[in-house]
Design a protein around this ligand. Structure first.
Ligand code: NAD
Length: 369
């Protein structure tokens, strides 16, 4: 079982191979890119314990050195970034070598950024192991780390040379991490493909239960959509911002909850999508049916949908709006939102009256009490 999606970026084009058995065949998959039979692999401790032995075996006669970092969003920081870069230098990774990011979005973002700056840029391969990383973060070349001032504020565009998305590896994700990744899958349907959303409404439960054919299709369709948007707008001058549906809210909520276990990124995306559709409806852009359908599907999948689903304190509406102002999409000091005229019809706008936004957040916060 295998699908291949090409990310068309001229000389920086690459393949995303999606299927089963890719890790066990990693040596053959990666070897054409190698100048010498050696790779440096960076993973996190959880993924390393579960899957590094399989990767080592799959690499065959390609020598592998590896480093395992602590799991979790806190790892996307200066200290771990410095550790990775210095480790790669200690391993004498050369300009023509390949660095492998083997893990979820945290490892992909951090290691991609390290590869971007190491010796002014070395090539890297993404082997994404979380659903979120397979459908989103491993494709498109956004790399980086977090700052205390906000999420993903330090980074670079650096495209991978190859992405190997082995869907078998998803079987060891916790249910919570799997569903967090599903938040990004739903996002693709909501932003541009109503039939995909309809398919997810029907097949989502089977997908979550582990059906491989359904997983292959969901990952492939998501990657196709991302690849197509990235090819049109690599550095987010326009359409790529659509991929940020739900993210203006999400980034503020992640900052408010300390980038940790209280709220996973994909959970924030799901809540953010529900809020973006609610905001669209309040602005008269779409019918009430659209936000209701979004919420119903997220609920059916057992996902977080409301601010009330986040434990612990949150800032008030003004505090959340202040956090949104740190978003990278802010242009000329104005917040930009991805809103929708219906399911699958998202667009970018700066035209959101502050009182409507504040009213929405105040109501959502009040429902927590
Ligand atoms: P993550 O990397 O922290 O992985 C989530 C958890 O799952 C971790 O504890 C990890 O150890 C574990 N895990 C990963 N694969 C596993 C497996 N196969 N089996 C068992 N456990 C496994 O987080 P994530 O949700 O993958 O990614 C979130 C990050 O991705 C955020 O930092 C976000 O900003 C970033 N992101 C980046 C982009 C981009 O375009 N670069 C897009 C979306 C999200």
């Amino acid at each position: 079982m295998r699908n291949v999606v090409k990310v068309e970026l001229g000389a920086r084009s690459y393949e995303v191979r999606i299927g089963t058995g890719l890790i066990g065949n990693a040596g053959a998959e990666i070897r054409p890119l190698l100048r010498r039979p050696r790779v440096a692999v960076v993973t996190d401790a959880t993924v390393g314990a579960l899957h590094l032995a399989e990767l080592r075996a799959g690499l065959g006669d390609v020598e592998m050195v590896s480093l395992a970092l602590p799991p979790g969003e806190g790892t996307k920081c200066w200290a771990e970034f410095q550790r990775v870069v210095e480790w790669l230098l200690e391993q004498k990774v050369e300009r023509k070598d390949i660095v492998v990011a083997f893990g979820g979005g945290v490892i992909g973002d951090l290691v991609g950024f390290a590869a971007a700056v190491l010796r002014r840029g070395v090539r890297f391969v993404q082997i994404p192991t979380s659903l979120l990383a397979q459908v989103d973060s491993s494709v498109g070349g956004k790399t980086g780390i977090n700052s205390p001032a906000g999420k993903n504020l330090i980074g670079a565009f650096h495209q991978p040379s190859l992405v190997l998305a082995d869907i078998d590896v998803l079987g060891t994700l916790t249910a919570r991490d799997f569903l967090a990744g599903y938040g990004e899958v739903v996002k693709y349907g909501l932003l541009g493909d109503p039939l995909f959303f309809e398919w997810l409404e029907a097949e989502g439960p089977r997908l979550a239960a582990g059906d491989r054919a359904t997983r292959l299709k969901a990952v492939t369709r998501s990657v196709e959509m991302k690849a197509e948007i990235v090819a049109r707008d690599e550095t987010e001058e326009g359409d790529r911002a659509l991929l940020n549906l739900g993210h203006t809210f999400c980034h503020a909520l992640e900052a408010a909850t300390g980038y940790g276990e209280r709220l996973l990124h994909g959970e924030g995306v799901a809540i953010g999508c529900a809020l973006a559709f609610e905001l669209s409806q309040r602005l008269g852009l779409c019918s009430q049916e659209a936000p209701s359908r979004v919420r119903a599907h997220l609920r059916e999948m057992g996902m977080k949908v409301d601010l009330a689903d986040i434990e612990g304190d949150l800032p008030d509406a003004e505090g959340l709006i202040a956090l949104m102002a740190q978003d990278k999409k802010v242009l000329d000091g104005k917040l930009r939102f991805i809103l929708a005229r219906g399911i699958g019809e998202a667009f970018v706008t700066s035209d959101v009256p502050r009182e409507v936004l504040k009213g929405l957040l105040e109501e959502a916060l009040a429902a927590r009490r």
